[in-house]
Design a protein around this ligand. Structure first.
Ligand code: CP3
Length: 357
């Protein structure tokens, strides 16, 4: 394990700890990737998953948006299926589609024989070491993993899914099998996160991207206990833990009970409303979000208005003591056809916003 570097005045980490940052912190989900011409060039002829296991490539791609946009954090270039691949599970990422499994995981036999990740992923550690050498001491590196539910959906469906019906059917028709699958995934996810933490990431985000497809009742029974296990296990790292999902307005309170100190909010719910739901369930948290990614394509005037509105909603929540900080982000990932200049401009506008005292 490498010694954790000492960050100085890193706005994202200060905000995540509930302290007043020196400026409005911002990073964007999917800031690395297809919106950047330099990404498309470096990835030419190399598959997505291969690039995730190349320390030189994963560090360079992680740093590209930081250099270009002056964001306050880098997000590790990887994918939620990387720990599955590292464990030896047959998975590929199909361009324009997403992760596709060699064979779906649906029966008891599939689940008990599902390979687990039980060691450090050396390529990822090496990549992180390279990234940390280049980041300034006020720029954080955020590591991440997919949450058990979102990973299970890819495993059970065999690929991306519109309605997640096989996953939900398994959950309800064979709850014991479902719980076994969740229990099998948690250690692999933890091992993948510990690889990143041991290599020196400054914060981690658990993506439960598709949890918003569940009712609160199902979320609480079939998902929450496992996400909570992961956050419990990470507590001893002492780094900020972020939790995010899409379309989660109805389950924000329940999700906040998993234990993260920062709650990512998608664009469908105003931050001050989100803050009330979270506070009612588990007390005030730091908010992260929540500009609609499409707004990056709507021109300067609209970006200014929307950014000001979101910051105002976050300030209101803090004044009402339903939030203890705000990290600016999108309400989901950068869309691939977004102009990089618009992303840079959004960061400039966000940095000119005042912070709440
Ligand atoms: O900048 C960043 O945010 C870091 C990179 C990142 C990727 N995947 C790179 C990637 C992150 C954080 C992820 C996580 C991820 N992967 C999630 C959770 C976040 C979310 O978006 O909700 C999910 C659901 C996946 C699964 C996945 N992987 C999808 C749906 C896709 C898109 C498929 C496509 O081509 O449209 C991927 C592939 C992927 N992961 C790409 C990137 C840059 C695109 C592949 C390419 O560039 O060829």
């Amino acid at each position: 394990m490498t010694a954790r570097r000492r960050l100085q005045d890193a706005p994202i980490i200060d905000a995540a700890r509930g302290e007043t940052p020196s400026r409005m912190p911002v990073w964007f989900m999917r800031q690395a990737g297809r919106s950047l011409p330099e990404y498309r060039t470096i990835r030419e002829g190399i598959s997505m998953l291969d690039s995730c296991f190349r320390p030189d490539l994963l560090s360079e791609i992680t740093l590209q948006p930081v250099r270009r946009h002056n964001v306050d954090a880098a997000i590790l270039f990887s994918d939620i299926v990387v720990p599955l691949k590292a464990a030896g599970i047959g998975v590929d990422i199909v361009p324009g589609r997403g992760p596709v499994m060699e064979s779906p995981v649906r029966t008891k036999e599939d689940i008990v024989s599902l390979a687990q990740l039980d060691s450090e992923v050396i390529e990822i550690s090496e990549g992180i070491t390279r990234i940390l050498q280049e980041l300034r001491s006020d720029q954080a590196l955020i590591g991440f993993a997919g949450a058990p539910f979102t990973l299970a959906s890819y495993l059970v469906e065999g690929g991306p899914s519109k309605n997640h019906e096989r996953t939900k059917a398994l959950m309800h028709a064979e709850p014991e099998l479902w719980h076994q699958l969740m229990e099998r995934l948690v250690p692999s996810i933890c091992a993948f996160l510990w690889t990143q933490i041991d290599a020196g990431v400054d914060a981690v985000q658990l993506f439960d991207s598709w949890a918003g497809f569940l009712s609160e009742r199902d979320y609480r029974e079939f998902v929450l206990p496992y996400s909570r296990q992961i956050f419990d296990e990470l507590r001893s790292s002492n780094i900020p833990r972020i939790h995010f999902g899409v379309g989660t307005s109805e389950i924000l309170g329940a999700m906040s009970e998993a234990g993260a100190e920062v709650m990512g909010v998608d664009w469908r719910v105003p931050l001050d409303q989100a803050a009330r739901r979270i506070t009612e369930a588990s007390g005030p948290k730091v908010l992260q979000g929540n500009l609609d990614p499409a707004i990056l394509q709507a021109g300067t005037q609209v970006m200014r208005q929307e950014i000001a509105r979101i910051c105002e909603e976050a300030r209101r929540a803090q004044a009402e003591h339903t939030a203890c900080g705000h990290i600016f982000n999108l309400g989901h990932g950068v869309l691939p056809n977004t102009a990089p200049e618009a992303i840079t401009e959004a960061v400039e506008i966000i940095h000119s916003e005042g912070v709440f005292h």
